[in-house]
Every structure is written in C-alpha cells, then in structure tokens.
Design a protein around this ligand. Structure first.
Ligand code: CP3
Length: 381
C-alpha cells in the first residue's frame, strides 16, 4: 500500500532525514539521536501540562498528546519525535478496562487468564477497529507532523507478548510468571490471546503511520524474561503478525541523478518501505530472532555492548541504543566517555541511531539530555 502523497515520507520532508536513512541501513555522517521516554516527567513543561489530567485521557486528547510529543523535540533538538501515547491505548480503544496508575503503570480491572477470558476479548473483532476507533490518534499525529516539518515522527506500539504479560497478570509484574505459565499450560488459548493482541496493536501502529509517522518502533519491553526457544515458538509468530499490519506500507522517492542520466532517460522512482525498529529489554540472546520477525533495525538495551550486538546480527543490521540510563546522573566526564564509547562500538553496525538502553528515568535533569544530543551531533567517526 502506497502512503498518501502528502505524507511526510512521500512528500520528501523526512525521507532523507538522518533518522530514516540510518534505519534503512545507510550510515550518516552525523549519528542521529532520540531518547525513549523523552516526553514525560523529566520535563517541567510536561509536568505542568499534565496537572489534573489522567495519563490515558492525555493520550486521547489530540492537542495535548501532540504538544507533549513536541516538547522534547523543541527543547533537546533530537532527530525525532516519539508519539506521545502508551502501549495500552489500543486495548482501551478496543474496550478493555485499563488505567495507568502514576508510578506503577497499567492496571486492568479483569485479568485475562482462561480460555473464557480470551473468548470475551475476542468479542471485539480487531478488523472492526478502523479509522473511527483511532480518530483521536490520527488527529494527534496530523497536528504533530504539521509542526515537526522535516523532523520525522516515530509511531510505536507494544508487542503482543508485552501486552499479554500485562493482560494476564492484570498489571505490572516482575517475571511475568502467570503469562509464561499460560503459554505452556494452554498453548492454544495463549496463541489466540497473542493473535488478538497482535491485530489490535498492529491496527494502532498502522493508524499512526497512515496519519503521518515516518518510522515505527515495536516495544517488546518484557521479552527478556523469555528463553530463545519460547520466544521463537510462542511469541515471534505474533510479533511478525503485528508487523504484517504495517510491513506493506511503501513510499516513492526520486532516484538519485546518475552520472549518465541522459543515457538512462526517464527514471523510475525508487519504492521504499517505512522503516521498523524492534526493541526489548534484556534481549541480548534474542536479537537475531527479533530482527527476523520483520524489523529493519534492532534496538539494544544497555546490557549488550553495541559491537557485540552488531556481531550477533551478522554486521548487516542497523542498531539503536544503548546508553545506560543510570549514567545520566553520573558526572559529565563519566557520562560523556560512556556516550563516546557507545558511538565507537556502534560503528560495527552498518548504521547506528543513538538512544538509551531503556527509557529516560523521571528524575533525570533534562539539561543533561540536551548536552548528550550536542555531543552526539558533534561526534565524527
Ligand atoms: O517519550 C516517549 O517515549 C513516548 C511515550 C511513551 C509512553 N509510554 C508514555 C508514558 C511510550 C513509547 C510508552 C511505551 C510504554 N508504556 C512501554 C514500552 C516502553 C518501556 O518503557 O519499556 C511500556 C512497558 C508501557 C507501560 C507503562 N506506561 C509503564 C510501565 C508506565 C510507567 C508508570 C510510571 O508512572 O512510572 C506507563 C506510564 C507512562 N507512559 C508515562 C508516560 C509519559 C508516565 C505517566 C505519567 O506521567 O504519570
């Protein structure tokens, strides 16, 4: 499916950005940088805007979600905005009773633990979740990309396993033991839950890309609790299914002028896919499998050095990461040496987008993040 001609990628606003080209495997002179959770509590302007509004209400208010997406881009000069929303938003829009409790995370009224619970979920057919369901999301994306200009917006969604881990547990959990038990105790029910989650989260991601996002990131934050065998057997097929909702999206760019352009005559435009990043925490053993579900770029947490991650990916896959969030509060000499070390290790991959190894901690001094952006933008291999 070809994106609309007015989409920032098709219109040529973001197709040649450092971010998009890096995700497509083309190393840029300047390494692009953004931060997971760059929007949110580390910013005083965010805390001020959020007063009196619940998290999920903020996500479904297009003007507010858009403003919160733009705040860190204006302040830090990062190479991308990440859409302000949450992985549980599509579940809420599908009618699941969920709240996000401050300092805790998503909490569900009714955990999903049995075949009957899954059957109740399945009463919502994800195919029915079209433009109308995601209207506030699409509107927020449109407002945001109109302001972002040449800076790409990254859309995101939770991977089916991370969503299922929340649904089965009913809220945050340490090792997701109930979810992992269900996977083995009743693989058929598990597979149905995963397929349903894949379609709901895939539709959410597709809505963001159609409305104007220039790249997508699938977050499988809790996949690190799985063995490689369980990941490949019980999780990867659903993640591939989620990505199949967006893998068909393409756009056209003009062919670069060839030296003998006259001889070639009229040039066909190049067709490119919208780039997809796949990130998880504690997933050093899963990197290759996470690439294979249909991602272009793999996000690496802070536990695996980027050169080692690049090696595990055969030196042919762009990587994103992986500054340790704990370093953000260390003295500048320590932090800056760590950032440069990450940049140097990132040269082992065909392309690198600098990010954290997980989200910005809420207590982070935001001026430190701005300084990291300046350091990365000034660095040359
Ligand atoms: O800047 C950004 O990265 C964009 C927005 C974003 C949020 N959530 C906003 C948010 C993104 C990409 C997410 C994804 C998300 N949500 C993930 C995957 C990424 C990861 O961190 O591993 C997960 C697991 C969730 C579920 C979730 N939502 C958690 C664990 C929490 C934290 C609870 C807390 O208060 O500490 C949330 C709430 C949440 N999502 C906040 C924000 C800004 C905090 C809400 C607040 O300000 O009160």
């Amino acid at each position: 499916t070809s994106l609309d001609p007015s989409h920032p990628l098709s219109a040529g606003r973001t197709a040649d950005s450092r971010l998009v080209r890096s995700y497509q495997g083309e190393r840029q002179e300047t390494v692009p940088v953004w931060f997971m959770r760059q929007a949110g509590r580390s910013l005083p302007e965010y805390r001020e805007l959020r007063v009196g509004t619940r998290m999920l209400d903020a996500c479904l208010d297009p003007a507010m979600a858009s403003e919160m997406t733009l705040q860190p881009v204006r302040r830090h000069g990062v190479d991308a905005g990440i859409f302000f929303s949450d992985i549980v938003v599509p579940l809420k829009l599908a009618g699941v009773a969920v709240e996000i409790q401050p300092g805790k995370g998503p909490v569900f009224e009714q955990p999903v633990r049995t075949a009957a619970d899954v059957a109740r979920l399945e009463e919502v057919d994800p195919a029915s979740l079209g433009a109308e369901t995601f209207a506030p999301i699409a509107e927020a994306v449109r407002l945001t990309t109109a302001e972002l200009g040449d800076t790409p917006l990254i859309g995101f969604a939770g991977a089916p396993f991370t969503l299922a881990a929340y649904l089965v547990e009913g809220g945050p959990s340490k090792d997701h033991i109930r979810a992992r038990t269900l996977m083995h105790a009743d693989p058929e029910t598990w597979a149905r839950l995963m397929a349903w989650s894949a379609d709901v989260t895939g539709a959410f991601l597709r809505a963001q890309l159609l409305a104007g996002a220039s790249a997508a990131q699938l977050f499988d934050s809790w996949a690190g609790s799985l063995s490689l065998h369980d990941y490949v057997e019980h999780v990867a097929p659903a993640s591939a299914r989620a990505l199949s909702h967006v893998r068909d999206l393409t756009y056209e760019v003009p062919r670069p002028p060839a030296a003998d352009a006259d001889a070639i005559g009229d040039l066909e435009p190049l067709v490119r896919n919208v780039p997809i990043v796949h990130f998880g925490v504690g997933t050093g053993e899963l990197l290759k499998a996470m690439h294979e579900v249909g991602a272009d770029t793999v996000g690496v947490d802070y536990r695996t050095p980027l050169d080692e991650a690049a090696r595990r990916l055969g030196h042919v896959v762009p990587v994103q990461g992986n500054v340790d969030p704990a370093m953000l509060d260390a003295p500048w000499e320590v932090l800056s040496a760590h950032v440069v070390d990450v940049l140097e290790r990132g040269r082992e991959a065909p392309a690198h987008v600098l990010n954290l190894g997980h989200g910005v901690p809420p207590e982070t001094d935001p001026t430190v993040l701005t300084r990291v952006v300046e350091l990365v933008h000034g660095w040359r291999a």
